[in-house]
Design a protein. Structure first.
Length: 86
């Protein structure tokens, strides 16, 4: 009888700990938005406008890469913006 009681107690404790972890879990994972531009000024203007719009809608926005340029041989420079939206 004592062995069964210990098993039930251990099971209940494990269940409560698991439920607590689920309750304390962070919010849903952030949505990643990536965009590429051929012009630095357009990249900055559109990124700023998009961030402002999303923040006004109540989203938390984290800019991970702000118009970072990459030059490919034989191609125009490309500018990338990466946003995390939650």
């Amino acid at each position: 009888m004592l062995k069964i009681k210990k098993m039930v107690t251990a099971g209940a404790t494990a269940l409560c700990l698991t439920a607590g972890m689920v309750a304390l879990a962070p919010a849903a994972q952030a949505d990643t938005q990536t965009r590429w531009y051929n012009n630095l000024q357009i990249c900055k203007a559109e990124t700023n406008a998009r961030v402002k719009h999303l923040r006004n809608k109540g989203y938390t926005v984290s800019i991970q890469r702000y118009c970072k340029g990459e030059q490919y041989i034989g191609y125009m420079p490309q500018y990338q913006t990466v946003l995390y939206v939650n």
